[in-house]
Structures are given as C-alpha cells and as structure tokens.
Design a binder for this molecule. Sequence first.
Ligand code: SF4
Length: 226
Amino acid sequence: MSVVWSLAELEQGPTLRVAEIFHSIQGEGAATGRAATFVRLAGCNRACEFCDTDFSTFAELTVEEIARIVRDLNPRIGSRRAIVVFTGGEPTLQLTRERLAALRAELDAAAFHLETNGSTLDRWGGAGWFERLTVSPKTLEDFATTLRFWERAPNTLPVDLKIVYDGQNLAPFDAAPRSIGRYLQPKAVANDPEATARNIEKTIRYVKENPQWTLSLQLHKTLGLR
Ligand code: SF4
C-alpha cells in the first residue's frame, strides 16, 4: 500500500521516516548481484496500483541513527566498494542536500545509489551525492522531468532507466540519451501469477526484438531474499 504525503511534511524536521533498513543483494538493474545495504524511505508522491511497498508503518530516525543501523548491518561500510541504496517510496522527498551531506559525513566512502520515480529530479539538488541513479518513471510526465534533469546532469554520473512493462508503448523512451542503461522489468500482478507470467513473456519478447533494452527480473524475489 502506498501513502502519499505532502512535501513539507517530509522535508522538515530532525528525523526521516524510514520504512526499513536491511542488508541484502541488489536484485535489479546495473548493480544486480552486488551486496548492498538498503534504506527504504517511507512515503511517495505517486500511488501506482501495482505498488508492492507498504509504508503504513515506519520509524522516525535521525541521520545519525540511520547511519548507525547501516554500519551495524554492514561492517564493510567504510570501503569504497560498499553500496548504500536509498529507495522508497520516493526517497528524494526526504533526501535534502543537508541530510545527504550529513549522511555522507557519517557513512564516509560508501557508494550511494538512488532509486527514484524521477518526478522531482528537475528541482531536487541531491544528485551530486550519488554514484549511481536508477530512474523508474511511472508516467510520461515524470519521464519528461527526468529528461530535463538529464540535460544538465554531469556526464560522469551513471543514470539508468528502468521501466515496469506490461506491453505499453515504449517509443517515448527513445528520447533518453543513447548512453544510458535501459532496463525492462515485467510488471508483477498481485495474486495473479498467470498475468505476471504473461508480462514476463511479453518482456522477454520485447527485449529479444529491441536489444537496447536489458531484462531486469528482480533477482532478490526469485531467490527469496528481502
Ligand atoms: S512510484 Fe514506486 S513507490 Fe511510489 S507508488 Fe509507484 S511503485 Fe510505489
């Protein structure tokens, strides 16, 4: 169940609303198979009908408390190879520049990755704190916002596009820069394994015919990981 909160509610105050923090394997996109510590921030500005993230319970944590939990879960966090993935919900709603600066000070060398729906990217000022961004727009309006962000994003920042697919027209995404990673994830349909299987089939067929796209299968779910 997704929960939509106002921006003012999320950006202010000494704490962030955190749905969960856990250490696992990245199951999607370019870093698939890499160990990563996930910080899932609660709340989203979209309400997708297929959303499988429950934000109804969350803890209010300071940056220092978040960093302590991340360090406890992943003792290798001081290494440049360690990855912290900020996901959601829509994490940019809470990751203000000030909070990111404080997180960077606490977590030192770890690579910060971001998973975002792209809707805030044209006004969000936090990209400079990240080593990789995965943008998964759920509407064409959010993709247009992402394109505006791409025009001014530094060339050195890896940005991937991930689309949840059930057969829709993907032609609008041809406007994304050629150099980016394009990942296609079959749409999972709750309580309907046959519909999910049909979407997997459609996605495989599309990727075979359009090799600029890469199949992304949520490896963590296949393996029964969190
Ligand atoms: S953008 Fe992502 S987190 Fe937000 S409601 Fe949609 S699927 Fe859920």
